[in-house]
Write a protein that binds this ligand. Structure first.
Ligand code: KDG
Length: 338
């Protein structure tokens, strides 16, 4: 009798330990879930690259790392998502360098006007030592900067009149990204610069809270600004990068292998996004014209005049951002220009 009870207890104990081991094993292979936020629409260069990143990560990790992407600022504005990553309540995002400049002021160099002439120059500088060094600075602020995606060359739109020369900006309420350099540049050009999160921009344009804004044509198209902005002025006044970011609090919980996989997927997404952005730019111009936008290209002479008008702002922020850093950036650009 006793033997039977003993065997029964042994069998129950073994079954229980198998169940726990099984649960633990199941726990081990339960995919790690990553929430990835971005500000543009799902049908945009950001949205397509976010989905590419998620697919690449799932493929490289054999399904062990699953990324859920959230577009249209559904997890918050760039600024709000940056804070969520620092706090460790969101894992990853992509956003502009402009709001990052409030955490690492050197990112403000990318808002200095008329720096880059081509996207190839931008790639060389961003993927080179200077770009890498700026990404590294983010770690002290609780963020891991992985790679740069392309936001692109920025152009002006407004609802008042064509901007043919700098004076035409006089009195135009122009939304700018939230940092001092962008604010200074457009005030110097005679506009009334209004810093505002991107997530509030369409409504502000629709209600005429602001008259205009400046963004790459891919964003103007995917955000449907053509519905509320009759005039597009090609200035290519700034090349803005996006930065692919991870929460450092979260990043530090990952294994070295997981970190390596995410870095690999990030590089693949960067190359995909830049190619898509450049192809999309060409298509976007056609779409904007089909929707009735009146397009003008600012002449080289006028661009030269605009450069003169903003030079005091460039000088001021060169001192604030660090003259050595700005000189290094200009030298890197010259090197890339060959
Ligand atoms: O969330 C969208 C922003 O990352 C991006 O569009 C930044 O160019 C930008 C802007 O104008 O805010």
């Amino acid at each position: 009798m006793y033997k039977t009870w003993k065997h029964t207890l042994l069998a129950v104990a073994m079954a229980a330990s198998c169940a726990v081991a099984g649960a633990a094993a199941a726990q081990d292979i339960k995919p790690r879930l990553i929430r990835f936020g971005y500000g543009l629409n799902e049908d945009s260069v950001q949205g397509r690259a976010a989905r590419h990143l998620a697919q690449e990560l799932e493929k490289l990790s054999g399904g062990k790392m699953k990324m859920k992407t959230f577009g249209s600022a559904s997890l918050g504005s760039d600024e709000q998502m940056q804070s969520a990553l620092v706090g460790g309540v969101q894992e990853m995002m992509v956003g502009s360098t402009a709001p990052l400049a409030t955490m690492v002021k050197e990112f403000g160099v990318f808002d200095l006007p008329f720096l880059f002439n081509t996207d190839k120059e931008a790639d060389a500088v961003l993927d080179g030592p200077l770009g890498e060094r700026l990404l590294k600075k983010l770690e002290a602020k609780g963020l891991v900067g992985l790679v740069y995606w392309e936001n692109g060359f920025r152009n002006l739109t407004n609802s008042r009149h064509p901007v043919v020369k700098a004076e035409d900006l006089q009195g135009i309420k122009l939304r700018v990204m939230q940092n001092q350099v962008a604010l200074g540049v457009f005030n110097a050009l005679g506009a009334n610069a209004v810093p505002m999160p991107f997530s509030e921009l369409f409504t502000a344009l629709e209600t005429r809270t602001v008259d205009g804004q400046e963004n790459p044509v891919t964003t103007i198209q995917s955000s449907k600004f053509y519905e509320v902005q009759p005039y597009l002025t090609m200035t290519r006044h700034v090349y803005t990068p996006w930065v692919l970011l991870a929460s450092k609090k979260w990043w530090d919980t990952l294994s070295a292998d997981e970190q390596k996989l995410i870095r690999q997927a990030a590089v693949a997404s960067r190359d995909f996004e830049r190619q898509d952005s450049r192809a999309d730019s060409k298509k976007a111009m056609d779409v904007l014209k089909e929707h009735g936008m009146k397009v003008n290209v600012v002449s080289d002479e006028e661009i030269a005049r605009m450069r003169q008008k903003v030079q005091p702002v460039v000088d001021k922020y060169t001192q604030e951002l660090g003259p050595d850093l700005v000189k290094e950036l200009q030298d890197e650009i010259q090197k890339a220009r060959g």
